[in-house]
Design a protein around this ligand. Structure first.
Ligand code: SAH
Length: 254
């Protein structure tokens, strides 16, 4: 593997194509990484695989690449979405970055009864996901959805997609895993048989899910309630842990 810098571009990639860089990418390449004309980079666009390229033009504020040859075939990530309720800014940023690294196909912020923030910085999420994808050798970017209310997302839920509900509560604290209607099954066990099937993971806000949300989620056939163990995790930890288990049991870590 080469250590040439990797950049995402919207442009089509074919041999000989010229790719103008955005101002941010030109700044990163020329001023931060101190590369110049003739230096090599790698580019990907989510469609055409990865290509080697050369910096063919560099001025103070602009740069362009000339695409050379394909170095990797296009390849996607497993069909996994992450639904999460935005928390504080730094932690939300962390969730977007780590979800991209861990290989989710779509990032879907949702508002719930106890969500702390119902606004997201959509462009900021896109920048974080782009940088994480560049760094992590992904060949695509996760799709970032606009924020929507959890109940509306559930109303329109595609019936062929399992919704893995990370449920922190238990109705019967003395019973193992909270009892029959209490804690969900341990996540790895609950996922057996779901490999390569479309899925989504749902993580709640710091305040957890309301009883009404929990009842509705538990009543839906597509929902698989799971526990991530006896300790209550912070939302960002829960997201990283759940994605790790899913990738190990159902995804491309197998
Ligand atoms: N305030 C809540 C905790 C919320 S933690 C409480 O004290 O009960 C934020 C989110 O992380 C939860 O909504 C859940 O989706 C997930 N989470 C945290 N710990 C979990 C666990 N042990 N099992 C399953 N999900 C968990």
């Amino acid at each position: 593997m080469t250590t040439d810098p990797r950049l995402f571009t919207d442009a089509a990639l074919t041999s000989g194509a010229t790719v103008p860089l955005t101002r941010e990418d030109a700044h990163y390449l020329l001023n931060v990484l101190r590369r110049g004309e003739g230096d090599r980079v790698r580019v990907f666009n989510g469609r055409d695989g990865e290509w080697s390229a050369q910096i063919s033009h560099a001025s103070k504020k602009a740069a362009a690449l000339t695409v050379e040859a394909q170095t990797r075939q296009q390849r996607g990530v497993p069909d996994l979405w992450l639904l999460f309720a935005p928390v504080k800014r730094q932690k939300t940023d962390l969730i977007v970055e780590k979800a991209t690294e861990l290989g989710v196909a779509a990032i879907c912020p949702v508002t719930t009864a106890r969500t702390q923030s119902d606004r997201i910085k959509y462009e900021r999420f896109q920048t974080i996901a782009k940088e994480a994808a560049e760094q992590t050798e992904r060949l695509d970017l996760p799709e970032i959805r606009g924020i929507d209310r959890l109940d509306r997302v559930l109303d329109a839920w595609p019936q062929d997609r399992a919704l893995v509900f990370c449920d922190e509560s238990g109705d019967e604290p003395d019973a193992a895993w909270g009892g029959a209607r209490g804690r969900g099954q341990p996540m790895a066990a609950a996922l057996a048989g779901l490999a390569e099937k479309p899925a989504a993971i749902l993580i709640g806000p710091e305040g957890g899910f309301s009883p009404a949300e929990r009842d509705r989620l538990r009543s839906l056939d597509v929902v698989i309630p799971v526990t991530l163990g006896p300790r209550i995790l912070r939302a960002e930890t829960a997201a990283i842990a759940a994605l790790t288990v899913w990738q190990s049991v159902c995804g491309d870590w197998r």
